[in-house]
Design a protein around this ligand. Structure first.
Ligand code: SAM
Ligand code: SF4
Ligand code: SF4
Length: 375
């Protein structure tokens, strides 16, 4: 399989195998409560939208240069979903119970005119009639110049990825010539613009950036920014993941607690799957996303939409469902789109991380790359 094929995995049409069953779904779909359940009784609540497969970083754990180098073929412009197509897909998802939309990538701030998309999404409504929550995950380098425009367009919250404060380690983790000071400036600009809450995601890789844990905690304590440490995951096929490169969240937490005692937060697990702890001295909270050591599949309410319009029901999926074909088929109206989406969610049975806990690693040729569907 070529790198490009590997990054996009297999594609299947949505529900073409049993359209009659789809159409025979409960006639009361329009009145469906805000909980469309999958086969494991998990409601559909979040849609993550990848707006570009390109990035100005080459984090070795996500887009290693060996795979995503000079010769990597990114998606051509016409393959990308347009803003109108993304908005229509989001509208269908919101009508089925989604409340949160998160823009991601690749690096989402590389997508031209992103505030225009944000304003289109902000005009949509959830099933309850309120505005959807709109968030962004970014590496932050371009954030300082876009934060205010994004906020004005309706963006509410931002998560910035930052794997170290030391410039040399940051350069190694991002495999870029870019500067940690630009990311910090982006976080400050987001604070000034009133994007709130701001979270910072740090992937911890043993022997590469784990010595940054304490300095990051020191830097963000007391600033109102919630730092979250993420266990290095075996996502995709190109990052040469090994279990021994993972530092369990529990160990990261203990390293912080040696300096600043931590107490379990009263809301121990946020909807975003981080386990939250608070500093005993009142300097805020810190989160841990333990996808490797404490799988949270039973709480996973996320659907992912790739840059070119494929739907993935799991980060570790090997098959994407071709929504773009439906969006570009003029015979498919909004109601049919929504029925197909509902059937897709109802058929969902994914729980990759839980299975991996049982057998250490689940080899899956064709697993989709993180930069293609967003984290
Ligand atoms: N480029 C943006 C960024 O880095 O924030 C958005 C896309 S990135 C794929 C989303 C998140 O996925 C980032 O926080 C990143 O650290 C995380 N991520 C990527 N590869 C990962 C891996 N192998 N293990 C854990 N987290 C990973
Ligand atoms: Fe780019 Fe984000 Fe992946 Fe790093 S984690 S390569 S910044 S998409
Ligand atoms: Fe959700 Fe799949 Fe991750 Fe489990 S492995 S939490 S189902 S994305």
């Amino acid at each position: 399989m070529t790198a490009d094929a590997a990054s996009r995995a297999a594609i299947i049409p949505i529900a073409t195998e049993s359209p009659s069953r789809v159409r025979a779904m409960p006639p009361a779909l329009a009145d469906m409560p805000a909980s469309l359940l999958d086969r494991r009784q998990r409601p559909l609540q979040d849609l993550r939208i990848s707006v570009t497969d390109r990035c100005n970083f080459r984090c070795p754990y996500c887009m290693p240069r060996a795979t995503f180098g000079k010769h990597h073929q990114f998606l051509p412009h016409e393959a990308l979903l347009s803003f109108e197509e993304i908005t229509r897909a989001a509208h269908a998802a919101l009508s089925l119970g989604v409340r949160k939309l998160r823009l991601t990538g690749g690096e989402p701030l590389l997508r031209k005119d992103l505030p225009t998309l944000v304003s289109q999404l902000a005009a949509l409504k959830t099933l309850e009639g309120s505005a959807p929550e709109i968030a962004l995950t970014t590496n932050g380098v371009l954030l300082s110049r876009q934060a205010q425009a994004l906020k004005d367009a309706g963006l509410q919250r931002v998560t910035v990825s930052l794997d170290g404060l030391d410039q040399a380690i940051f350069a190694r983790m991002s495999d870029s010539g870019l500067h940690v000071s630009d990311v910090l400036a982006g976080i400050e600009a987001a604070q000034r613009a009133g994007l709130s809450p701001i979270k910072v995601n740090t992937v911890v890789q043993k022997g590469v950036n784990d010595d940054q844990v304490v300095s990051l905690a020191r830097h963000f304590r007391g600033t109102g920014v919630e730092l979250r440490f993420i266990e290095f995951m075996d996502v995709g096929q190109s990052n040469h993941w090994e279990l021994d490169q993972v530092i369990p969240s529990e160990e990261v937490r203990q390293r912080i607690a040696v300096h600043w005692p931590l107490l379990p937060a009263s809301t121990p697990r946020a909807a975003d799957t981080a386990e939250r702890w608070v500093y005993a001295d009142g300097a805020g909270s810190v989160g841990f996303v333990s996808s490797v050591t404490r799988a949270f599949c039973s709480d996973c309410t996320r659907l992912r939409l790739s840059t070119d319009g494929r739907l993935y029901t799991c980060l570790f999926a090997t098959r994407g469902h071709d929504l773009r074909a439906l969006l570009r088929d003029e015979r498919v109206g909004d109601e049919e789109l929504r029925l197909r989406l509902a059937a897709l969610w109802q058929a969902r049975d994914d729980r990759y991380s839980e299975l991996r806990q049982v057998v250490d690693s689940v080899p899956e040729p064709g697993r989709v790359e993180m930069s293609y569907i967003g984290g």
